[in-house]
Design a protein around this ligand. Structure first.
Ligand SMILES: N[C@@H](CCC[C@H](N)C(=O)O)C(=O)O
Length: 276
């Protein structure tokens, strides 16, 4: 069987995007691992499937698979690439697209300058919704790693995130602490881990250890999560520029009960066919 795909990226967080409306595809963890493999497959952080709408009021359904084969609820950089893909392929003419995900519907807006804005929904801070084991909701939690407690914020942007403050992003222990926190038993579905350096109230630097992938060049939901936590800690404004290793995203969050908006680029790299 031959499968047509498009390789895309959002600030270097890279995707294999598949039109699963015009092509029949039975996605499995094995197949997503194979497509994502950088030596034996095409290579990407996530595989994105464009499917027919399932939720009322939406035009499409969006499924996301990490490089380790796990299917996940949300992907922010992927959402911007999804919007660009369905418009470039002529699957829609709309510049305001409602899309269903496992985490509920999201709205994607193509801006005149080519950037895409995504309404990422209302962040969930209740521990049970993240999911995170804690007696009660708090702005910060102590997470014990060996003999030392790390101060973290925890939030769901549809997918789970832990956020830590670091003094110097270049020296952040991402490869050491990332996998340990990802698999901490207090996060029963594992977790994405953001390391945030606050430059000033309108600008942060961020590196993210992604669940099911490892460190990526950018993480859209991670950028939203960091701004939410930074605002809960009283350190950030409503509009924040988030600089990731792959480039910058603009994040806006008015506060409790409001949706988070993320704006940034989406790029197409190449198209191809893979024999399965
Ligand atoms: N790269 C993403 C997040 C992808 C999913 C994540 N690894 C998870 O397991 O939740 C983004 O841009 O948000």
């Amino acid at each position: 069987m031959r499968l047509h795909f498009t390789k895309m990226h959002g600030l270097g967080n890279d995707f294999v995007v598949i039109d699963a409306i015009s092509q029949r595809l039975d996605m499995t963890p094995e197949l997503s691992r194979r497509l994502a493999d950088r030596r034996f497959g095409i290579g990407c952080d996530q595989v994105l499937l464009v499917e027919a709408a399932r939720l009322p009021g939406t035009e499409f359904h969006y499924r996301i698979f990490n490089a380790d084969g796990s299917e996940v609820e949300q992907c922010g950089n992927g959402a911007r690439c999804f919007a660009r893909f369905v418009r470039d392929q002529g699957l829609t003419r709309s510049d305001d697209i409602a899309v269903g995900t496992a985490a509920g519907p999201i709205r994607l807006k193509a801006q005149p300058d080519g950037q895409i804005s995504v309404d990422m929904g209302v962040p969930q801070l209740d521990p049970a919704a993240i999911p995170f084991q804690a007696r009660r909701r708090a702005a910060a939690y102590d997470l014990w790693q060996g003999c030392s407690a790390l101060r973290i914020g925890a939030v769901s942007m549809g997918n789970p995130h832990a956020v830590l403050h670091v003094e110097d992003i270049a020296q952040a222990p991402v490869a050491e602490l990332g996998p340990r926190i990802e698999c901490d038993p207090r996060f029963p579905r594992r977790v994405n881990v953001g390391f945030m350096q606050i430059i000033d109230a309108a600008h942060i630097r961020l590196r993210v250890w992604e669940r099911g992938v490892g460190e990526t060049l950018a993480c859209g939901t991670g950028a939203c999560a960091a701004v939410v936590i930074g605002r809960l800690w009283g350190e950030l404004d409503e509009a924040v520029e988030v600089t990731l290793p792959g480039g910058a995203l603009q994040i806006q969050w008015a506060g409790e009960g409001a949706s988070v908006t993320m704006t940034g680029p989406a790029a197409r790299v190449f198209e191809g066919d893979i024999e399965l």
